[in-house]
Design a protein. Structure first.
Length: 163
């Protein structure tokens, strides 16, 4: 099974005001720390991680007016991560999110993009993302959304799909 260097983007598109980030990503039993916008900007020597560095220590969101701007890719003023995560076809990604507010209900949609080379230097506007998984409203009668399942599972989410 061929492995490719893929850049993982996981979107919790639950609301325009979503405030969360993926803390760790586990693939094939190996856990990778991700960029932490709450601590890394204040660390003079942050660890090298695959997650892109971005300007959102407030855990804010990309304004709806900026959906056509490159900031929608990997967040505001994002710069390349210092590594990548090898992912092969059929792999399941286990994502550990930061604490998720119960009021932020909605779907969870998971995307990847092939770096086609070095993920540390790829131009984010050249990435072509593909969806590997999505879940939305699971039960209309109880208003149970994918985000509710994320919270119930301790902010752990399996993105299982076709890679």
């Amino acid at each position: 099974m061929a492995q490719k260097a893929l850049f993982a983007v996981v979107l919790g598109a639950v609301s325009a005001a979503a405030h969360g980030f993926v803390e760790t990503i586990t693939v094939n039993g190996k856990t990778y720390d991700n960029y932490n916008p709450s601590t890394f900007p204040y660390n003079p020597s942050p660890p090298v991680v695959p997650g892109w560095t971005a300007d959102f220590p407030d855990l804010g969101f990309v304004e709806p007016a900026a959906t056509g701007d490159p900031d929608i890719i990997c967040h505001r003023s994002a710069t390349n991560g210092g590594s990548h995560i090898p992912v092969a076809a059929g792999d399941t990604l286990t994502l550990k999110w930061s604490p998720w507010p119960e009021s932020h209900k909605g779907p969870i949609i998971d995307y990847l993009a092939n770096c086609n080379g070095d993920c540390t230097t790829v131009d984010k506007t050249a990435l072509r993302f593909f969806k590997i998984a999505e879940q939305g409203l699971l039960d209309a009668a109880s208003s149970n959304w994918a985000a509710d399942e994320l919270i119930a599972a301790g902010e752990v989410w399996e993105a299982a799909g076709t890679v």
